[in-house]
Write a protein that binds this ligand. Structure first.
Ligand code: GUN
Length: 318
């Protein structure tokens, strides 16, 4: 049996439709939510990501600003940029695109962002709120993964969920969100012993380790829901042959373009999983949706209370 495809693009469209209504409502109250993106240097992947984030703002009628400090910017100069945005009342969301160049103290920059404008959910205050189930802004990729599970009626309560990867941006917040939704959560990483057998017990797998096709099809319990966060560009023909052995169309496409985007889960998982996010078109569109959702939410909450108080808990907040 082939897995049900968990289509992130379709959910993105639903969420954008919901956000349009909310933006219209805010607009009638004289509020236009605004996002400021800070893009340091010329990293081509970062440029592409930021471009799609700005395009999404335009699509939804949000205000956006792109600030581009030079690649050799100092920590202090970048702190000054962030402070300016903190003070600017037209800015509801601040996004500092990562990675920052090595001379910049990334943690110091992320801690300087006003938590009420922290639409990436990376500030320790928002991470702490997530840990203790208080209202706050939640990191976009894990929030998007939860939305995919919820909107496809995947049962989370009581499920064995395995998160593969322990990054601050995805793995850790993902595990917390699943735990708040009453899953039994295991976090795996590079030192985990006998990973295949840990994964084989999972009803839900979230793979976020950044290795193309790492999770083999037979590590997945038949029928499990698999969320593939990886977006890895494969250029090696031998690797492509391993990944696309039984997918002649995809192999042919790889040879024509000399590269392909592959998730952290082997494409053959489509024959064991019960439900699976595609790459591309799964988690990717959800990350941007959640950024837009967080920006609208920040605009709403900043107007409701200068000190930022939400009425929902982070476990369920939208
Ligand atoms: N770099 C990779 N993913 C992200 C993200 O979600 N937010 C930011 N700011 N930078 C990133």
């Amino acid at each position: 049996m082939t897995a049900r495809i968990l289509d992130g693009t379709k959910i993105r469209d639903q969420i954008f439709a919901e956000l349009r209504d909310e933006v219209r409502l805010l607009s009638s109250a004289g509020v236009r939510p605004g996002l400021a993106a800070v893009l340091v240097g010329e990293n081509s992947a970062s440029q592409l990501y930021v471009k799609s984030k700005i395009a999404a703002c335009e699509e939804l009628g949000l205000a956006s600003a792109l600030i581009k400090p030079p690649a050799n910017v100092s920590t202090l100069d970048l702190l000054a940029v962030v402070e300016d945005l903190n003070r600017d009342n037209d800015v509801d969301g601040i996004l500092v695109q990562l990675p920052l160049p090595p001379q910049v103290d990334t943690k110091r920059i992320l801690e300087a962002v006003d938590p009420s404008k922290d639409v990436d959910g990376f500030h320790p205050v928002n991470l702490g709120r997530l840990v203790s189930g208080r209202p706050g802004l939640v990191a976009c990729t894990p929030a998007g993964c939860m939305e995919i599970l919820r909107r496809n009626d995947v049962k989370i309560e009581g499920a064995n969920a395995v998160v593969l990867g322990r990054s601050d941006i995805v793995g850790k917040p993902m595990a917390l969100l699943l735990m708040h939704a009453n899953a039994t959560v295991t976090i795996c990483h590079s030192k985990t012993r006998d990973l295949p057998n840990v994964l084989r017990r999972a009803d839900i797998i979230v793979a976020a380790i950044g290795k193309a096709g790492y999770v083999e099809a037979d590590w997945i319990k038949p029928g499990a829901a698999v969320i593939d966060v990886g977006t890895n560009r494969v250029t090696d023909p031998e690797e492509a042959a391993r990944l696309f052995r039984n997918f002649p169309d995809r192999l042919e496409k790889f040879h024509a373009k000399r590269s392909a985007l592959v998730g952290d889960v082997h494409p053959a998982a489509i024959n064991t999983a019960g439900a699976l996010t595609p790459v591309p078109g799964g988690v990717g569109p959800m990350t941007i949706s959640m950024l837009m959702s967080n920006t609208v939410k920040a605009a709403r909450l900043r107007r409701a209370s200068p000190k930022f108080s939400a009425t929902q808990s982070t476990a369920t907040a939208r």
